[in-house]
Design a protein around this ligand. Structure first.
Ligand code: 3Y8
Ligand code: NAP
Length: 249
């Protein structure tokens, strides 16, 4: 009998949880606890860190997890590194369920930067109206470029105001729509969008909106991903689970 731990926080993780619930598989979805009211799931949910690699190894052993599916966001690099190491140490089958990076298409005006600090450096220059669609965790880095007016979008209302002298704040969770993001960009006179290369469908609306409005995008490339088995398809995770089970792992 499989006992699956899904490291969640993405559209793909939720889709996998639904597929496993439909099949009556035993699974738990794990959130870090970054948001106040994470989306309800059709499988049991646990919330909070494990306590590093050692904490995750203890959890895997204590809960007799048989399969670990890392379906975290491509920028959740620490969690993904811990998952590979802990699965190895605990002898638990491991796979990453992620989504391919976005690739610029006809009409896109993207400038790629390797990481958040490079994005901050690229913001040198005269004041602009910028949609900083990075969520809450990295906003303070942009205080180094206070000349811009930033439009921020957080999942939850922050306890205190962001450390940016000129900003507007939207509290909303995705998935978003191109029409909604176009209206937002027009309403706020946005001249530049800053985005992580998250991939997937839940955050790409802003890219379609930028393309339709002919706006430039500063695209932050993903951190390196650990060496591991990777798939982009829920179907392939289900096949893997049965193969692994057949092999008795
Ligand atoms: C807590 C769980 C689902 C998953 C939905 C996806 C899509 C909507 C789009 C913009 C970009 C951003 C942000 C974003 C999206 C999905 C997905 C995705 C981007 C929730 C969720 C958790 C989080 C954490 C949150 C971060 C923040 C990032 C907002 C739930 C809603 C910007 C990433 O306030 C905070 O501390 C928020 C932190 C990490 C990045 C940041 O640096 O602020 N996601 N987002 C997860 C946990 O606790 O383990 O509350 O239900 C999940 C989703 N957010 O099941 O439907 O699949 O990516 N999330 C980015 O891509 O740049 C918004 O505004 O255009
Ligand atoms: P991170 O920097 O890679 O991880 C930092 C620490 O947070 C981890 O070491 C772990 O703590 C804890 N953690 C992370 N994900 C967890 C999970 N699913 N369950 C339990 N603990 C978790 O992670 P992050 O970038 O802060 O992302 C946190 C969550 O938000 C993840 O679920 C991710 O999928 C989701 N998310 C992130 C982004 C983003 O842009 N980063 C976007 C959308 C969704 P311990 O060391 O104590 O175990």
């Amino acid at each position: 009998m499989s006992n699956i731990l899904i490291l969640g926080g993405t559209t793909e993780a939720s889709a996998l949880a639904s597929a496993l619930a439909d099949r009556g598989e035993r699974a738990v979805l794990s959130y870090a606890g970054r948001t106040g009211k994470p989306r309800a799931q059709p499988v049991p949910v646990r919330i909070g860190g494990f306590g590093g690699i050692a904490g995750l190894v203890d959890y895997l052993r204590r809960e007799r997890v048989t399969h670990l599916v890392d379906a975290t966001h491509p920028f959740a690099a620490t969690m993904s590194g811990h998952a590979v190491a802990a699965a190895q140490e605990a002898g638990v089958a491991h796979i990453m369920l992620t989504r391919p990076p976005w690739v610029a298409s006809e009409g896109d005006r993207w400038t790629h930067v390797p990481d958040i600090p490079a994005a901050v450096r690229a913001m040198e220059g005269e004041a602009k109206r910028v949609m900083l669609a990075l969520g809450r965790m990295h906003v303070d880095s942009f205080a180094a470029q206070p000349q811009h007016h930033y439009l921020l979008r957080f999942v939850d209302a922050p306890a205190e105001g962001p450390a940016l002298p000129r900003h507007g704040l939207i509290v909303d969770r995705g998935p978003f729509t191109p029409e909604g993001d176009m209206a937002l960009m027009r309403e706020h006179g946005i001249e530049l969008i800053v985005s992580k290369n998250a991939g997937g469908g839940g955050a790409e609306a802003k890219l379609a909106a930028a393309r339709m409005l002919g706006l430039p995008v500063l695209m932050i490339d993903r951190p390196p991903s650990p060496a591991a088995r990777v798939t982009h398809e829920v179907r392939e995770v289900l096949d893997w689970l049965h193969q692994a089970a057949d092999r008795g792992v």
